[in-house]
Design a binder for this molecule. Structure first.
Ligand SMILES: N[C@@H](CCC(=O)N[C@@H](CS)C(=O)NCC(=O)O)C(=O)O
Length: 321
């Protein structure tokens, strides 16, 4: 029987203003160290642009180093922004066991919305976090799959690409984690996890596009192919400096944080263990981001034991060295 634990949330409003709201239905603070709503005066970020300028020549990976956010710079007025973490309503649930080649399929296409995941897959984790943060535990049923011993029916009857994540919804099955997190955010109830602000949306698109490069840059440094272990994390530090109305990539918590979290969750302990290198050292924004993410209950429920993550990355990236 799932024990119910419901948290107080401050959702990103779906309207254009950035005021926060708390759910009156959920009066229990989400953590013992709750983030209080703060009012920030956001001014033009000349300091930040000089920081970008200084780093451009060193780290050419990201175009956003050089791009001012015109919609923000165009405003000469200070904008009063209420910032708060958007953490989503969550229900602490008992997780079902993973299905393997011996398991019967669920009653497919019976109108139930199902999210097929693997507990160890970072791509699936993105979608799982989104579901949790939107408080959709009762609306989207988790169906974990044992990837190393997959049931044949998964490929044959559910998702022919045979990968996770996949979402069964309205008699269709869709895949691709970045598409799915956006799909869930727009097609389901719960707090919006994507701001309306065009400057933030543009930056989000850049960050979604950058994520594969980020992954490849970091993992090639695992294999000793990169020249600098920290270069991709410098990009993250700069990206986290872009908006000042909160500690997240777009200021407030959003799908972008969800897209990056499963990977940073793996890279952080792996670098510590294998290279004795703390990716947060000298990167205060990244340190704060990790700290704040770790308070997010929707994310916390999806996290793995760091030791297990390190072992799996060692097998994957170091076995061939
Ligand atoms: N681009 C896909 C990647 C999904 C993916 O590679 N999932 C892995 C598990 S982490 C998988 O299902 N692998 C099974 C396979 O390739 O056979 C996404 O973002 O959803």
């Amino acid at each position: 029987m799932a024990s119910l634990k419901i948290c107080n949330i401050s959702a990103i409003p779906t309207g254009s203003s950035s005021t926060s709201r708390s759910s009156s239905n959920h009066p229990i603070p989400f953590s013992s160290n709750p983030i209080t709503t703060t009012t920030t005066i956001l001014s033009i970020k000349s300091v930040l642009s000089s920081f970008h300028h200084a780093t451009n020549s060193v780290h050419p990976i990201l175009s956003f180093h050089r791009k001012p956010h015109f919609s923000m710079l165009a405003s000469k007025k200070s904008i009063i922004i209420s910032s708060a973490m958007s953490l989503g309503t969550y229900v602490q649930e008992d997780l079902p066991p993973a299905l393997d080649s011996t398991s019967d399929p669920p009653p497919l296409f019976d109108g139930t919305t199902r999210l097929y995941i693997s507990y160890t897959c970072p791509y699936a984790q993105r979608v799982w976090i989104t579901r949790n943060c939107k408080g959709l535990q009762d609306k989207i049923k988790l169906v974990p799959i044992e990837l190393k011993n997959r049931p044949a029916w998964y490929k044959e009857r559910v998702y022919p690409p045979n990968k996770v994540p996949a979402l069964e919804h309205n008699n269709e099955v869709k895949g691709e984690s970045l598409d799915l997190i956006k799909y869930i955010d727009t097609h389901f109830e719960g707090p919006s996890l994507f701001p309306d602000d065009p400057a933030k949306r543009q930056f989000a698109d850049e960050l979604f596009s950058y994520i594969d490069t980020f992954y490849k840059t970091v993992t090639s440094s695992f294999k000793g192919e990169g020249t600098d272990d920290g270069i991709a994390f410098d990009d993250i530090e700069i990206a986290l400096s872009e908006f000042e109305d909160g500690p997240f990539f777009l200021g407030q918590f959003s799908l972008v944080d969800i897209a990056y979290a499963p990977f940073i969750e793996r890279f952080h302990p792996f670098f510590m263990d294998v290279k004795n290198y703390d990716i947060t050292h000298g990167r205060p924004k990244l340190a704060t981001w990790i700290e704040e993410m770790n308070k997010n209950e929707g994310y916390k429920q999806t996290r793995r034991d760091p030791k297990e993550l390190v072992e799996s990355y060692k097998q994957r990236f170091m076995a061939r060295l």
